[in-house]
Design a protein around this ligand. Structure first.
Ligand SMILES: Cc1cc2nc3c(=O)[nH]c(=O)nc-3n(C[C@H](O)[C@H](O)[C@H](O)COP(=O)(O)OP(=O)(O)OC[C@H]3O[C@@H](n4cnc5c(N)ncnc54)[C@H](O)[C@@H]3O)c2cc1C
Length: 321
């Protein structure tokens, strides 16, 4: 039976869904594994309970006021200390901004291998293998991760969230000496009720074909009917029509929702790099030759100003909120 650690992602005292997906990923890798969710911060008891309710066998809480704010070096050294003592087989971290920052530092401290941004996990001759997009998503690499623990960051929405409860046995530890040279001073949340593109199950995304920032109201309306996030191409973000946090692509966020609706987006390779692992892609574009149609599962050749209002009407007629 292998020992798999999941590094939790939390915000404002609540675990993010990706944590439960990582528990699901751990179970997919080894159904018999002992899954430990690792929490760092201060005052973690509430989150420990939630982790147990979503399938953690054990919750390791590094509960210390010195860890209250995120510190890349502080958190990595506290984690390395625990991992050296307990020698887990595998550590899974979310491929979020924080997970991507933390996991390589941890791997470097432990002197082990790391595979980043993986979308599938497996085993071969006892080693952990993973599938990861490379060359901006143009190819997929199958990699073997050397060392114990094998450390991997997993792309959100790649695995179903675990849905059965675990024992959730809580162990609280206080780390030893800590050097925290860099400490995060706070996070400014975007002023929106909609889900973040990096976490949403459905994304309605707009490109330059939307014609101006005012027309995104139409996409927001569609997104609200679908309980979706609103994303954007870089052309739109560079033009100042949407905030950078909405940008999908190579230099924006990498997303894997169940449904991605691209409205007036041409499908440049840098955009595709951030969304090509979406489960179902719908493209609306008036140019039938637009590259996005090469990837889309469903293509609608038409004007967004005709098609999007028609979609909104159809959803309203079906009783959308
Ligand atoms: C290093 C680098 C990194 C980059 N990173 C990113 C990134 O992270 N994300 C990203 O998105 N891009 C990125 N880009 C930019 C990328 O190359 C493209 O320029 C950008 O994605 C184009 O955005 P777009 O599809 O909105 O605009 P365009 O390419 O201008 O496409 C607009 C589309 O809208 C269609 N259209 C116009 N009017 C309508 C209408 N009324 N109804 C329907 N369709 C209509 C057109 O037919 C066209 O296909 C990067 C580029 C570089 C060099």
């Amino acid at each position: 039976m292998s020992d798999i650690w999941v590094l939790a992602e939390a915000r404002d005292g609540e675990l993010k869904r990706v944590t439960y997906e990582l528990i699901g990923a751990a179970r997919a890798l080894d159904a018999e594994a002992a899954v430990t969710v690792v929490l760092l911060g201060s005052g973690l008891a509430g989150m420990a309970e939630a982790a147990g309710a979503h399938g953690a066998d054990r919750v390791l809480a590094l509960d210390d006021p010195r860890l209250a704010a995120y510190s890349p070096d502080g958190w990595a050294s506290a984690l390395a200390e625990q991992a050296r003592a307990a020698t887990p087989d595998v550590i899974l971290a979310p491929a979020t901004f924080r997970g991507r920052d933390l996991a390589p530092r941890l791997a470097a401290k432990l002197g082990v291998g790391l595979a980043s941004d993986v979308t599938e996990l497996g085993r071969s001759d006892g080693a952990v293998t993973a599938l990861r997009p490379i060359y901006a998503g143009k190819a997929l690499a199958r990699v073997r991760v050397a060392g114990k623990p094998a450390i991997l960051t997993v792309r959100p929405n790649s695995f179903p969230a675990a849905d059965t409860a675990g024992a959730g046995r809580l162990e609280t530890v206080v780390p030893g000496e800590l050097t925290a040279l860099a400490v995060s001073s706070g996070i400014e949340a975007a002023a929106s009720e909609r889900p973040d593109v990096a976490e949403a199950d459905i994304i309605v995304s707009g490109g330059r074909g939307m014609g101006g920032p005012e027309h995104f109201a139409m996409l927001e309306e569609l997104a609200d009917l679908l309980r979706a996030a609103v994303g954007a191409s870089r052309a739109v973000v560079d033009a100042g029509w949407r905030p950078h946090g909405d940008q999908v692509g190579q230099t924006g966020k990498t997303v894997s929702p169940s449904l991605y609706i691209a409205c007036g987006i041409s499908g440049a390779v840098q955009h595709l790099a951030g969304m090509k692992t979406s489960k179902v892609i719908v493209a609306i574009n008036k140019d039938s030759e637009a590259p996005i149609f090469g990837l889309a599962d469903y293509g609608i050749v038409g004007d967004v100003f005709d098609v999007v209002p028609a979609l909104i009407d159809a959803l309203r007629a079906r009783g959308g909120s």
